[in-house]
Design a binder for this molecule. Sequence first.
Ligand code: NAD
Ligand code: DAU
Length: 397
Amino acid sequence: MRTYLVTGAAGFIGANFLKYILVKYGEDIKVIVLDKLTYAGNLGTIKNELKDPRVRFVKGDIGNTELVSQIFADYDIDFVVNFAAESHVDRSITNPQLFLETNILGTQNILNCAKIAWTTGTDKEGYPTYRSGKKYLQVSTDEVYGSLSKDYDEPHLLVIEDEVVKTVVKGRTKIQTYGKKYFTEETPLDPRSPYSASKTGADLIVKAYHETFRMPINITRCSNNYGPYHFPEKLIPLIIKNILEGRLLPVYGKGENVRDWLYVEDHAKAIDMVLNKGRIGEIYNIGGFNEEQNINIVKLTIKTIARLMDEEPKYRKVLKTDLSNINETLITFVGDRLGHDMRYAIDPSKIAKELGWYPETPFEKGIEKTIRWYLENQDWVEEVISGDYQKYYEQMY
Ligand code: NAD
Ligand code: DAU
């Protein structure tokens, strides 16, 4: 029996991780969810999981020492998975301080509470010793590495020769890339937005607890996720929402910035593997060799929605616009994000080689699955946008 403390599980990736482990582990687990329910956290996202006797929900801030230490006193926590964060780069540009409070101080608070709860004594050199089987996992991001340059205007196809890369991209013989370099775990940290600076600060304090106190930790750094329950202010769900409403599709700058997209369930699977098999103290990059320019993501989303409307007329009932509007004329180029990172591209060879992880969801399949999910779950979108659902649930906890 393992007991998890999963923070931020009412948000996008945390909720998908919670769903993944509850299905995978049957009766063998108990999960304590700690979430402050900010605008990005919604209990409607995990309403079925909240009814599960294996799950306990605690509403609160990861930075609240009294609350977090009480959780460690009440439950014998084995694994901490810290998803809780302010996660939106654009919001970090308008309110940086909140990002530092939650992402750095909040992280240090959970780490410290875990350290106190897990310590059994000290060894002869003075380092703390810990109860066995404990681990703290920090969910981090490729943004801590800064920005890679774009060497090609059009995607360049690389023939795969490396055996490890072949295991990651199963079935593909070539990968599409926009530049020669990739982020590895050795790439120097070079954050450039208040969000990524705060995530870097968090990574560094986690690493410091490992070096100074020998805390059993891992850090995972993942590329852009997409999939169900993604809050509709991030690129892909925002574009889907705007298409259905016949609104313009805002593309920052020229739309040339490149992101490396990963289906969220593949991220959940990677975190589960690192928790169970990752070497203590190690950092693992997670990504799918799936680079694309924003403009192409937007065009593909338009094309896929138009096709689905054509092939499956049942979806037309969610349209708040004229069918003939679903085309590229909706795209509107708007002012660029300040300090907009040009390109992210993860090399996940380490996690592939050491733990056998690879992304199971090809992008074309993942994006269609995601779009279908949004078409079939418009109630969820309405709820998270209105905030009413959140208020309703807040009265209950
Ligand atoms: P999200 O914004 O959808 O969810 C964040 C969750 O954390 C919400 O439920 C929110 O209520 C909760 N939260 C925020 N502040 C809190 C606090 N002080 N105390 C307790 N709970 C708090 O974020 P996401 O996209 O699911 O990202 C989850 C984690 O993964 C973040 O740490 C993020 O940096 C990281 N990450 C995200 C991506 C991505 O593409 N979304 C990629 C790599 C890494
Ligand atoms: O790379 C991992 C990161 O991915 C995570 O650490 C962050 O938590 C997560 O939010 C995400 O950050 P991005 O800034 O890459 O995601 P976002 O969806 O906000 O933007 C994706 C790209 O699309 C980015 O280049 C900015 C652009 N964009 C975004 C929005 C919201 C637009 O062109 N138009 C938009 O309206």
